[in-house]
Write a protein that binds this ligand. Sequence first.
Ligand code: ADP
Ligand code: GLC
Length: 484
Amino acid sequence: MNMPKVLFVSSEIAPYAKTGGLADVGSSLPKALKSEGVDVISVMPLYSSVNRAGYGLTEVFQSSCVHMGNCEEWYSVYKASLSGVDTYFIEFSKYFDRPGIYHTKAGEYADNAYRFAFFCRAAMQLAKDIRFKPDVIHCNDWQTGLIPYYIRKAEDFFFNGTKTVMTIHNIGYQGIYGADVLEYARIDRADFHAESFESFGGVNFLKGGIAYADKITTVSPSYAKEIQDEVGGGGLHMLLSYRRYDLEGILNGIDTDEWNPATDKYIPQNFSAETLHLKKVNKLALQERFILEKNENIALFGFVGRFAGQKGLHLLQYAVEKALKDMVCQFVIIGSGETEYEQYFGSLPARYPLRAGSFIGYSEEAAHLLEAGADFFVMPSLYEPCGLNQMYSLAYGTLPVVRATGGLDDTVKNYNEQTGEGTGFKFQLIDGDALYNTIGWAVSTYYDRPRHIEQMRMAAISEDFGWKNSAIRYINLYKNVTAL
Ligand code: ADP
Ligand code: GLC
């Protein structure tokens, strides 16, 4: 059977550089494709934050060149390999030798349109330089949005027959910039119109990506429907419903080498479905680490994530405050982002000693401990294309409390009080009290129906959220689009 050659392009790939779930998918999907026999390589920018020595990056080309506007940009290419997948890095200090990936505390970099237009060109040039003729270029989010256009317009024989797949990880980030980038990006003025990149006079990278890609995917079946609707489409619902026959929702998987309670190297006590009773050792460690009352019989809720509007932080703030006043429970919050929430959650432990803990910042280790040790994981997202944390939670027998949206709705099964079936607790309304009441529902189940909690934990930990099924769906999509 013929397997496609795939160039996977992403602005983030874990562990090299990560701001969110895109990076997790950027590493785990190519790895899963590779294990199914796909010839896949990936490419990303070489940010100065990437630990070159730690990941063993080696130089591949000292000088490669792309034409941008009427100038030549000269850059270098590096390479590293992890879990059998080769990742190529575009090193160009003018754009990537900076403290942040997209922004600093002061705001977004003013030249992001230029940075990622260049990256799109350089990713394609890489394929030529290493003579990797891709059947498919798999693009991810707005940072790669110009590639489908470049491929459509390519006069170059090298990309004859190459098809593009554009994956939308989050329609809330479209990459909309001033039209001044057109010349540098070499987008023909004739192609700058409402059916392609143009959006209220600006250049919309994601819109152009969707318009020119051969196939479009997003990261859960429910989100694929939501983005065709005015409420969830971020202004692109018309274009997306126009392209609905080329749009597919494929649920993300999780990397079970990284997120597996039986082998997790970050947690003090490994456990599995057979030894689920050992989970409480991690709960006690989590309580100790966050200076909470060490008591395995108090309902413990956790949150890990970006402090961004999308994540429903105002609902969380409201409900946590009320729950800590009214209920016998504990909270641990890990995250960083918007200052208002950093201040609020940062000061929570001082206001509720022994009952609330927080870490403002990024910590892989603390996130693993929380997933392993908490009883419940709260994700009140306003929208959630897929969401990985609720799947990590399920894999650790930690029950998610989620708003029924996007991938959260697709992956969590609501609790049935009569039978004890389900894997979590869901609510519908974007409303602080709806979340508060659902936390209350989880708390009362915890104290009043502990056997149901055990049953749900067992159901959650026994589910399979690995990549295999979804990787096969991507492979079928690649084959379908290339007629391999
Ligand atoms: P999103 O991509 O919208 O941020 P996801 O749920 O898909 O949401 O993925 C978030 C990823 O980022 C997860 O791997 C999560 O553990 C991680 N993460 C987010 N914030 C933090 C943090 N402060 N510390 C550790 N991990 C974090
Ligand atoms: C985005 C989404 C998140 C998704 C991730 C990976 O950041 O917000 O829901 O899981 O991409 O696809």
